[in-house]
Design a protein around this ligand. Structure first.
Ligand code: ARG
Length: 464
């Protein structure tokens, strides 16, 4: 960038000494917020169009500024723009460059605005677009999950509580649980977009402006729905940052729960699934190893998402109104959480396409741990009309007996069962069939194959 008088800080006529060099270096946000350059230029163009419409600047000045801003956008895109850390942030850098390109007319661009409203306007627009990007990615994840579910409807697995075998379920039903979670995440992100519809531009530093600006015009042009109501709140508010970082945290929780389950199921102790070579890494010393690093990456990164949320909560707690330098960190936190979630979803998608299920092993494990005990108790309630609590006790006796004999429930014969409950007959044996158990869970939202098929059709219509 050419050296000229404009290379000085804008406040150099007031502040006579150069800023402490260490502060200039580390207190600078340019490296972070240069990511907002497109939004910043878009906002500045709309701002000067409005200034011209309101007869605050001339036609010629407006055109000159817009021409300069478009040139700067091209320079940045083509990587010809020099980001000089002497300028605190992207807003200052662009303004400085505008002076170099069009001269003193650049001085009109900052009429009736402050960096305070400029920053939030840029940031809200960026967040709107980036949130849409996340929503699209989550949609792709859910489609992949749905495909997996379709292929695994009749795959029987043990459903766990306390990581102890609980009841047989379909593997598809398990997978569809994640469609629900990512569906809620999607709604959360959509709500965030709906809360990003207030236009901050025009509140200036904190008090508004005495220029006759038209905030409705900039609102429309920047695709907001209405201007913010209170200038002080506008420049102090970072609720939308909390909302985003919270939504990212919840989504990361879902991803990490999935990751943890797959790590466990892929372990040598469980062996329920197998990760293919694309999503494992090796060991530097143990030649046999195939480690689930990508899954561990997903689980681990969740901690950073929470950290970013807690950072903004802590920054905002007790911060007086309105703008303070403290707020500058908001963008770094959001960019980091955004990047991380984006990569996490892409990795998750890869994992979902690169694993196989050991159906036989899943079935065998589902048949260990007396997983049809609840079905037996229910059956006793229905056939011999006992209250559930009594039926529970009878079933416990049968389970205790089987355990003592070292047999599974489906290995008991009717004579052994009759010794405990004489009113039961041969028909009871079908209760111990895992698929029968699954078939019978027909209550809405249950794991029956029939329900799963209906749900798959429902999701197919919803996930476009
Ligand atoms: N770099 C600052 C930020 O991103 C710009 C805000 C400028 N406002 C101010 N009053 N210093 O937060």
């Amino acid at each position: 960038m050419r050296q000229n008088k404009n290379n000085k800080a804008v406040w150099s006529s007031r502040i006579k000494k150069k800023t402490s060099s260490i502060f200039q270096k580390v207190g600078n946000s340019l490296n972070i917020d240069k990511r907002l350059f497109k939004e910043d230029i878009q906002v500045s163009i709309v701002h000067v169009e409005m200034l011209f419409k309101q007869k605050i600047i001339s036609f010629k000045t407006k055109n000159k500024i817009i021409w300069g801003l478009n040139k700067i956008r091209n320079e940045i895109i083509k990587k010809k723009f020099i980001f000089d850390p002497k300028h605190e942030d992207i807003h200052m850098s662009i303004e400085k460059r505008l002076f170099e390109i069009i001269g003193d007319d650049a001085g009109y661009v900052h009429t009736a605005r402050s960096r305070n409203d400029q920053v939030i306007t840029d940031f809200k627009i960026w967040l709107r677009n980036s949130t849409s990007e996340i929503i699209k990615l989550l949609n792709s994840t859910n489609k992949i999950i749905l495909k997996n579910a379709e292929k695994n409807i009749d795959v029987v697995m043990p459903g766990f509580t306390h990581l102890k075998n609980a009841q047989p379920i379909s593997f598809a039903h398990y997978l569809l649980a994640y469609i629900e979670m990512f569906g809620r995440d999607t709604k959360r992100f959509e709500n965030n977009i709906n809360n990003l519809l207030e236009n901050p531009l025009g509140v200036a530093a904190l008090a508004g402006t005495n220029f006759n600006i038209d905030r409705m015009y900039t609102t429309k042009k920047l695709k907001f729905s209405h201007p913010t109501n209170n200038s002080i709140d506008t420049v102090s508010d970072r609720d939308f940052v909390i909302d985003f970082l919270y939504a990212v945290s919840v989504c990361s929780i879902h991803i990490s729960r999935f990751a943890e389950e797959f790590i466990i199921w892929n372990s040598d102790a469980f062996r329920l699934i197998k990760l293919n070579d694309r999503i494992v890494t090796g060991s530097s010393i143990m030649p046999q190893k195939k480690n689930p690093d990508p899954l561990e990456f997903l689980r681990g990164k969740t901690g950073n998402a929470f950290g970013n949320l807690f950072a903004i909560l802590t920054i905002l707690k007790g911060l007086p109104l309105s703008y303070f330098k403290d707020l500058q960190d908001d963008k770094e936190l959001v960019f980091k959480s955004f990047d991380q979630l984006k990569y996490s979803i892409l990795i998750l998608n890869d994992i979902l396409k690169n694993f196989s299920v050991d159906k036989k092993r899943m079935y065998e494990l589902a048949n260990i741990g007396y997983t049809t005990s609840t079905d037996l108790a229910d059956y006793i309630v229905k056939t011999i009309n006992l209250p559930f609590r009594k039926a529970y006790q009878v079933t416990s006796k049968i389970v205790n007996y089987a355990e003592k004999k070292n047999k599974r429930l489906d290995q008991l014969d009717i004579e052994e069962i009759k010794k405990i409950e004489p009113k039961l007959n041969e028909e009871v044996l079908k209760i111990f069939d895992l698929k029968n158990s699954i078939k019978s869970k027909k209550s809405y939202g249950g794991t029956s194959f029939e329900n799963i098929n209906k749900m798959i059709n429902k999701y197919k219509k919803e996930l476009k």
